[in-house]
Write a protein that binds this ligand. Sequence first.
Ligand SMILES: Nc1ncnc2c1ncn2[C@@H]1O[C@H](COP(=O)(O)OP(=O)(O)OP(=O)(O)O)[C@@H](O)[C@H]1O
Ligand SMILES: [Mg+2]
Length: 281
Amino acid sequence: MNDTQPAAYISVQHMSYSYPDGTQALRDIDLKIDRGEFIALIGQNGSGKTTLSKCLNGLYKPSRGAVIVDGLDTRSTSIVQMVRRVGYVFQNPDHQLFSANVWDEIAYGPRNIQLPADEVRARVEEAAAIVGLTSDDYEEHPFFLTKGMRQRVAIASILALQPHAIIVDEPTTGQDIPQSLEIMNFLQRLHDEQGHIIIIVTHDMPIVARYAKRVVAMGQGQVLADGPTAEVFANTPALAQTFVEPPQITQLAQRAAHLGFDPRTLSVDELVQQYLALHDR
Ligand SMILES: Nc1ncnc2c1ncn2[C@@H]1O[C@H](COP(=O)(O)OP(=O)(O)OP(=O)(O)O)[C@@H](O)[C@H]1O
Ligand SMILES: [Mg+2]
């Protein structure tokens, strides 16, 4: 290939995916994800977000086209190599958790890639600490934890593998607002302090506006809009096709655009600043 651009960390090339029953879930997807990105994958139910996520980490192999991660084609790359590169936290943590206690759950991945015992211990302790689990939690059976705690165990079990890119499918569904913000803030820290690529799959538009720098909006197995968050939210025709509405504050600014407000507004603070500027204060 004659590509003079620096290679993206993840490159999806004309990729389609069909389930064994013949359902075509993804059609001709082209997507490049660079190091350091914080992306939200949005779109209505059934648009293909989870399927695409599982293709990005090699759990599903493309039916057509290719997914290249860190220079490796997912079709010919082992799971052991993939899990070090792209981690996927399941939409429902109960599809991911199967060990008898929290420690074994988080240690499962590092043991599976045959790290030495002291390295496994260090990885588990570090990952548990990042998500706010303490040694008191290690012996707990995941079944007896709250959904929010199980989600954190699921995230820690992926973090322990130290993948460069982390995809979290619906991180805030079923969590109350403080729990949602806690999870999002720690994903933000991983991004800012350790340079991980973070991809959140979500229906929560205020969360998207607050955290994601780029939005990939899907509909019927295709990418219908892709760009900086504010630009995608301001692209009304493209967004309408995805049946997703921008956050209410953005809608307010869009409706008040004739008064001088910016239709790309993402937060109350931005709106207030504009108001003050418009009124020359
Ligand atoms: N195991 C499966 N077998 C067959 N079809 C499936 C399977 N899983 C998903 N699909 C179909 O693939 C399409 C994409 O589903 P997917 O779960 O990727 O959507 P999604 O955007 O994650 O939806 P949601 O927001 O509800 O989680 C849908 O038509 C869905 O019915
Ligand atoms: Mg899904």
